[in-house]
Design a protein around this ligand. Structure first.
Ligand code: SAH
Ligand code: AVI
Length: 309
């Protein structure tokens, strides 16, 4: 049997009792730039907090990663947090940024090459939820360190997040390590504010997914018929982001026609927030031993260093 095409997968998601589109479709060139703007919003605490944790603990991080490692970043985006690591790590063998947003990845990699002319930068355009081949650096690394900042793992449901940790375990290889950013459970009001910013950039980011599907797959979503909603479900420990239709409408792509009711939602993203124990359990099931956990003074976010046990 042949694998379904991306378009078939998207249409199947829109035919479910609760319509759903994978969050990977946020990230065309415009979506990647909108995400970058989100990271600078005053309400969006994760980025600044994670950077602060990295800055405060850089000496220890550098010692743990060691010399001649290769850094493999899953979902590298603009590589903005990575710059701090690249400036500090000793004699890195290579930097391998992996991302689905092709143009943005290649543009960001060119910028990194200019800033770090002695570093081998080997970008990989891939969907990291599926198997992909790692490039061979010119210098054999002593170990692979998988870097997964931003709490992007939170965008996966638990089973998929567990599977992703398994993939990272494989990609890290023998002797390998994982440096990962994990957002923590906290006052729901703080979390909801981060996904309902006053400048409306998160709303634009959410709606941009429909524009992306129109351009890349020939859908005819009318963006003016949808609005952004983000709600924190305390029982599930996650933000749920949706697009809500303001009228009854038919959306089509090629021959496919999808009926949408007035007020009906499309689920576009989960963003899970973890407890330390919750993440430790998942990491351990994937075969990782957590060596070090760094947390900010307000216990908003954590950065964790794990090795293959
Ligand atoms: N690491 C950066 C960017 C996080 S945004 C930071 O912490 O700021 C999430 C990134 O993951 C985006 O750049 C997006 O394009 C990428 N991404 C999301 N799903 C992906 C997938 N399935 N495969 C590869 N990249 C993906
Ligand atoms: C990439 N990811 C970790 C972000 C998050 O917070 O879940 C994406 C995002 N969605 C809305 N704002 C930011």
């Amino acid at each position: 049997m042949t694998e379904p095409t991306e378009l078939e997968e998207i249409i199947s998601g829109l035919m479910l009792p609760e319509k759903i589109i994978s969050p990977k479709y946020f990230y065309d060139e415009r979506g990647s730039k909108l995400f970058e703007r989100i990271t600078r919003l005053p309400e969006y605490y994760p980025s600044e907090t994670e950077l602060g944790i990295m800055q405060d603990n850089m000496a220890e991080i550098v010692a743990l990663v060691g010399e001649h490692a290769s850094l493999i970043e899953f979902g590298s985006g603009s590589s903005s947090k990575t710059r701090m690591l690249l400036e500090n790590l000793n004699q890195l063998a290579a930097y391998v940024p992996v991302d689905i947003s092709r143009d943005h990845l290649l543009e960001s990699s060119d910028k990194i090459r200019l800033e770090f002319p002695n570093l081998e930068v080997l970008p990989v355009v891939a969907d990291f939820t599926k198997a992909f081949a790692l490039p061979n650096p010119s210098f054999m690394p002593l170990r692979n360190t998988v870097y997964f900042p931003g709490s992007t793992i939170g965008n996966f449901a638990h089973a998929a997040a567990q599977e992703l940790l398994n993939v990272m375990y494989q990609e890290a290889g023998e002797n390998g390590a994982l440096l990962i950013g994990i957002d923590l459970q906290k006052d729901p009001a703080v979390i909801e504010r981060a996904y309902n910013d006053s400048a409306g950039i998160t709303a634009e980011f959410n709606l941009n997914m429909l524009r992306h599907l129109n351009e890349a797959f020939g859908f005819d979503f009318d963006l003016s018929n949808y609005s952004h909603r983000a709600h924190y479900d305390e029982d599930e420990g996650r933000i749920e982001m949706r697009l809500i239709s303001s009228c009854e409408q038919i959306v089509s792509a090629g021959d496919a026609e999808i009926f949408v009711a007035d007020g009906e939602a499309i689920l576009t993203e989960y963003s899970h927030k973890y407890t330390l124990d919750g993440f430790a359990e998942m990491a351990s099931s994937a075969g990782f031993e957590i060596k070090r956990v760094w947390i900010d003074a307000d216990t908003l976010f954590s950065v964790q260093y794990c090795v293959r046990s």
